[in-house]
Design a protein around this ligand. Structure first.
Ligand code: GLN
Length: 472
């Protein structure tokens, strides 16, 4: 039987019609992993102790009590806690650390009877855009192994793109789901901040982090989103359902598409991307949508704002990794030396760079001029988006300036940071955005288009994502 490129509903049908068992499906993906992972390095660990989950899922199906994801295998990014399993955020400092509880998203998927198949690679603590900063070595792009898969969720994106699972769960703080989705030719959704609980996600920037799916289709992204978006009292920023409904425009069909023209005319954008973006626009016009040029005056400042706020939050979040409570310990003469040795050896270069930067922008005398100023600008950018959404229903931009780059090509940290140019504004404003694979570079590598909606209007993203997908 052909099990290639199964979407959720295709796998669902095969399982429900008893054409395959849950175990056959899991074994199939394990085989794909053992064939491809030594080259691609998408997985850090394959879960082999899932017999109980597999049996339970099969029983649910046999009794006719299955849910949408019962028996569906998925991959996890290495910063999402799965009880009794290792989780390291691809950092040496957390080597051997075992999660003592399930993240909220895992609880949601357990409830469904979905099967976690493995833990996937990422940039250390989700800092990076290429997965070159992992303590476990880089992940390669399954479509061309000389190119990066993007980051920080390079592992989960490659896992889906090499067809070793049906979908993956990952985190997005500035583009870490959407950018790898576009580099690997799949779909990536960053939900509204506060829609999906962060409980059990190893924090990077707590005011920006979102958990979302990487999938083969827009429809799959919608299915996963509908399952993981739920109020959770364990996350103080989880938004109660009544409040979400007040902000969403449910039943309102998107009609007007905004283009922040000046922003998307960035000189750094490749000619392939420019051509694909123009083609996407004409597809929307043909499909009856109205295109409106809009202004979000401070949108281009999202990136500098991010690189103040993120290091500040990351330096404080990472303070807990000190060799005392979690992971490895490099013993020194006294407590201070233990801290210094553990952190000096446990953290990689990029993580140390961000901690230094974050500590600096929060230090006495500088706090207001850096962190304070960035926070004020952040509110302004958020307001500008809210105003723009009074005129249009969604906004479109390219996901990235071009296709996947080669290993080592962005060795200068600032060149790497610029990768987030188009994706970071949504995180700054806390609004949802999706990347849908559309168009190709002249070397045949995939490109991605980004659709952005207002708070809690993910539905509009799925409608428009499908339009692009159907007209690829
Ligand atoms: N490139 C971003 C960074 O390095 C990605 C962050 C993210 O979304 N996790 O911070």
């Amino acid at each position: 039987m052909n099990l290639e490129n199964l979407t959720i509903l295709q796998a669902r049908n095969l399982l429900d019609n008893k054409q395959i068992t849950v175990r056959t499906l899991v074994d199939h993906y394990r085989r794909v992993i053992s064939e491809k992972n030594h080259e691609i390095n998408a997985y850090i660990e394959i879960f082999t102790n899932t017999d109980a989950e597999i049996d339970r899922a099969q029983k649910m199906i046999d009794k006719g009590e299955q849910k949408t994801l019962t028996g569906i295998p998925y991959a996890l990014k290495d910063n999402i806690l799965y009880k009794d399993h290792q989780v390291t955020s691809a950092s040496k400092i957390l080597e051997g650390y075992v999660a003592s509880y399930d993240s909220h998203v895992i609880e949601c998927l357990k409830e469904e009877g979905a099967i976690p198949i493995g833990r996937t690679n990422m940039d250390e603590f989700a800092m990076g855009s290429s997965t070159e900063y992992s303590a476990y070595g880089p992940t390669k792009n399954p479509l061309d192994a000389s190119c990066v898969p993007g980051g920080s969720s390079g592992g989960p994106a490659a896992a889906v793109a090499m067809d070793s699972c049906v979908f993956a769960l990952a985190s997005d703080t500035a583009g870490s789901i959407r950018q790898p989705a576009s580099f690997c030719g799949i779909v990536g959704l960053c939900p509204t901040y506060g829609a999906v609980s962060r409980s059990g996600l190893i924090s990077l920037g707590s005011s920006l982090d979102c958990i979302g799916p990487l999938t083969k289709t827009t429809e799959d992204a919608q299915i996963i989103y509908n399952i993981i978006n739920a109020y959770d009292y364990m996350d103080s920023t989880s938004v109660p359902l009544e409040k979400r409904n007040m902000q969403s425009r449910a039943f309102h069909k998107p009609k007007k598409i905004g283009i922040p023209r000046e922003f998307v005319n960035d000189p750094g954008i490749s000619s392939d991307m420019k051509a694909s973006f123009d083609r996407a626009v004409s597809i929307f016009i043909d499909a009856g949508y109205e295109i409106v040029d809009i202004e979000i005056p401070h949108i281009a400042l999202s990136l500098p704002v991010y690189y103040i706020i993120l290091p500040a939050e990351a330096s404080s979040n990472l303070a807990r990794f000190d060799g005392v409570r979690y992971g490895i310990r490099e013993k020194g003469e006294d407590l201070l030396e233990t801290y210094i040795k553990t952190r000096g050896e446990g953290f990689g270069k990029e993580v140390r760079r961000r901690i230094i930067l974050g500590t600096y922008v929060l230090s006495a005398g500088y706090r207001d001029s850096y962190y304070g100023q960035a926070t004020r600008l952040r509110s302004l950018i958020r307001e500008e988006f809210i105003n723009a959404f009074k005129k249009v229903d969604v906004i479109i931009t390219p996901t990235t300036s071009g296709g996947a780059f080669r290993f080592g090509e962005k060795s200068d940290p600032v060149a790497m940071y610029i990768s987030d140019l188009f994706t970071v504004p949504a995180n700054i404003a806390g609004i949802p955005a999706i990347s849908v694979s559309f168009g190709k570079t002249k070397d045949g590598m995939p490109l991605g288009m980004q659709i952005i909606a207002s708070h809690f209007n993910e539905d509009a993203l799925f409608v428009l994502g499908k339009v692009l997908e159907d007209n690829k």
